[in-house]
Design a protein around this ligand. Structure first.
Ligand SMILES: Cc1cc2nc3c(=O)[nH]c(=O)nc-3n(C[C@H](O)[C@H](O)[C@H](O)COP(=O)(O)O)c2cc1C
Length: 195
């Protein structure tokens, strides 16, 4: 698959459509190399990843559930169950976080986080181009201080993505996407591209 085709056909796989196996270490290393090829203003290297697999996934699910109970009043039982079991549904979970330098004199925090978001997209495309599937999730765990602390991350850390990775077990359609004429306008003519 060439790069443009990989970009065009990447799509999110819901967790029930992902299964064993996950990648071996050599392939995972290549994905991470692709991820950190993202643009990085000031070369601050804000990219960080936690690699969670095997037994670690159970501990991660327990941490998500503990955080939910600590930070939300009376969460529904189904939500608790989801938090606890989501990581166990795939062979590999990658937590992408930004090692933000909050007081950097030139590069604002948002640009450091944007660099990590660009790395996450690179990662997703690399995963797809290798024949695996993934889902970028955030939701409650990404913004929970209990989760951040439980993962051993500093207070300045920003979790950008919880990426669930596995082998596609079922097909997944590419969702409808806007055409160039819907999202691009010629300026200053002010009409849709290509127009
Ligand atoms: C910052 C960010 C956070 C996301 N968080 C979630 C999430 O919590 N749950 C989820 O199902 N999808 C999440 N997604 C994935 C999008 O829902 C998904 O990309 C979108 O539905 C388009 O589908 P596609 O990836 O197949 O094109 C997130 C995507 C981004 C960029």
């Amino acid at each position: 698959m060439d790069a443009l085709e990989a970009l065009r056909t990447r799509r999110t796989f819901p967790l029930p459509k992902l299964g064993e196996p996950g990648p071996d270490d050599a392939l995972l290393a290549r994905w991470l190399e692709a991820a950190v090829a993202a643009p990085d203003h000031g070369k601050l290297v804000p990219f960080r990843f936690l690699v969670v697999r095997g037994e670690g996934r159970r501990r991660l699910g327990e941490l998500f559930e503990r955080a939910l109970l600590a930070e939300r009043r009376d969460p529904p039982a189904a939500e608790r169950e989801k938090m606890r079991t989501n990581p166990l549904r795939v062979p590999l979970v990658l937590i992408a976080w930004a090692a933000v330098r909050p007081d950097h004199p030139k590069i604002p925090e948002i640009e450091q986080i944007e660099a990590v978001a660009a790395a996450v997209e690179n990662l997703l495309v690399a995963i797809h181009a290798s024949g695996f599937g993934a889902k970028w999730a955030t939701g409650f765990p990404a913004y929970s201080p209990t989760v951040r602390e439980g993962l051993g991350l500093p207070p300045s850390a920003r979790i950008v993505a919880i990426v669930y990775v596995g082998t596609p077990r079922l097909g997944q359609e590419i969702p409808p996407r806007p055409g160039p004429g819907e999202i691009a306008r010629l300026w200053p003519e002010d009409r849709p591209f290509p127009g």
